[in-house]
Design a protein around this ligand. Structure first.
Ligand code: HAM
Length: 428
């Protein structure tokens, strides 16, 4: 038997309605905050990710699905959405639009060759937003507020915001020098990756999964101690905006994020629910001033975040938040015999034409079996159409919840049901 590839999953109807609910909350929240959807290709030129995510990161070094196409181009299934969004911002000259920042969101599959475990997949769906073209700290607060709102509207309570500042280039250079001085004398005690990182990007050492318990990690110089005046002031403004929005946060100077394009603001939203797996990060994001230039555009500072729908659903499960399935059919039309079946098909069609969800039996089963189906499908109303009803051009309509039953002329069946459903809605 051929099974799904490791790290991927099928989302069957008993789960997909939850995805749809969450996706609707996301789209609605983006609309409320005035972020517009962007759809970019699933694969991009490999160079896009090496240049933006960074060639010393785990994502680029170990996790990309890279392949050569028939024209010998190196392409990569996107591991994240920021690089593609910024590429599109540059390619379509969105920096020329009068209203900056340009506020974009995306939702779609991303691919990373990671070790499979709870909450970590090789194909996962990321929802992310990017606000590009403004360095206003108020935008940072807006981006964080949107992420928190999505979780709140979905029903999560046990979440926390963790915040850090990575500073500007000057602050980072000062910190980098301090890191090199700290690690260099004993770098041979670290893994091969870290030895390379010392030269290329010492900050990445702090993110190493293999060496995280080495004693030099805990005593490493912290970036927040190296923030210059401007970076520190910027960080203070963000905190003030967050406080104004009543968003509480925890500071974590060790939050460095796993991608290279960040500076200034870095944040993650974690689940604090007991029973949530080992990976507690639900969303991550930050500022990336300089990335637009790196990809060939003019100076346009940006900030964004991304979250996977998979982890959001896991967090909802951990907090035992129920998502209601509103997809049950309104009507189930039971036909008893060949001639009634012809008429039943017409009734089903006219119900559907009026926007009423309707189902019927396609196995010519007996009344009892069809009634059971209607019950399983949680239909609100059952139509029964046998030879007798047909002879009098009428149909029996039964409301399953109350047991009320009425004989209604076939021609009036749709309007009768509409009326019933309207009064039901009005009293709910
Ligand atoms: P990231 O931290 O690599 O950031 O991923 C963001 C989120 O994607 C994670 O917090 C998690 O919810 C989800 N995620 C990542 N990998 C997996 C996986 N293997 N399985 C399930 N979920 C996963 C970024 O991707 C940045 N582009 C975020 C960003 C946008 N920064 C600025 N703008």
């Amino acid at each position: 038997m051929i099974k799904v590839p490791r790290g991927t999953q099928d989302i069957l109807p008993e789960q997909s309605f939850k995805w749809q609910t969450v996706e609707a909350i996301i789209r609605d929240t983006c609309n409320v905050y005035q972020y517009k959807e962007i759809r970019t290709p699933i694969f991009e030129h490999t160079e896009l990710f090496t240049r933006s995510v960074g060639d010393t990161t785990d994502i680029v070094q170990k996790e990309m699905y890279t392949f050569e196409d028939r024209g010998n181009r190196s392409l990569t299934l996107r591991p994240e959405g920021t690089a593609s969004t910024v590429r599109a911002y540059v390619e379509h000259k969105l920096f020329g639009q009068p209203d900056q920042p340009v506020k974009l969101y995306y939702m779609g599959p991303m691919f990373r060759y990671e070790r499979q475990q709870a909450g970590r997949y090789r194909q996962f769906v990321q929802f992310g937003i990017e606000a590009i073209g403004s360095a206003d700290a108020a935008v940072d607060a807006e981006v964080i507020a949107l992420a928190m709102d999505v979780y709140k509207k979905a029903g999560l309570k046990d979440i926390k915001l963790v915040l850090n500042s990575l500073g500007d280039t000057e602050s980072r250079t000062a910190h980098k020098e301090a890191l090199v001085a700290h690690f260099a004398p004993r770098i041979d005690e670290f893994c091969g990756d870290c030895q390379q990182r010392l030269e290329k990007n010492p900050l990445r050492i702090l993110d190493c999964k293999k060496d995280r318990d080495h004693e030099l990690m805990a005593s490493a110089p912290q970036l927040t101690d190296y923030l210059n005046e401007e970076s520190a002031a910027y960080f203070e403004r963000i905190k003030a905006y967050l406080e104004a929005l009543d968003i509480s946060y925890e500071l974590d100077p060790n939050l460095v994020r796993g991608l290279d394009y960040y500076n200034h603001t870095a944040f993650e939203i974690m689940s604090t629910a007991s029973g949530f797996g080992a990976i507690t990060t639900l969303a991550g994001g930050g500022r990336y001033n300089g990335l637009v230039e790196e990809l060939g555009g003019p100076s346009s500072p940006g900030i964004g975040f991304a979250m996977s729908i998979e982890r959001l659903l896991l967090a909802l499960e951990a907090e035992q938040v129920e998502i209601e399935d509103n997809s049950a059919s309104d009507a189930y039309v039971i036909a008893l015999g060949d001639v009634p079946k012809l008429e039943a098909m017409k009734i089903v069609k006219s119900l559907r034409d009026s926007g009423i969800s309707a189902e019927m039996d396609y196995a010519d089963r007996k009344l009892k079996a069809q009634m059971k189906s209607a019950d399983r499908k949680k239909s609100q109303f059952v139509f029964i159409l046998g030879e007798d009803e047909l002879n009098s051009r009428s149909v029996q309509i039964k409301e399953l919840a109350t047991g009320d039953q009425q004989m209604v002329a076939i021609e009036e069946a749709v309007s009768y049901l509409q009326q019933k459903m309207n009064t039901k809605e009005a009293t709910q």
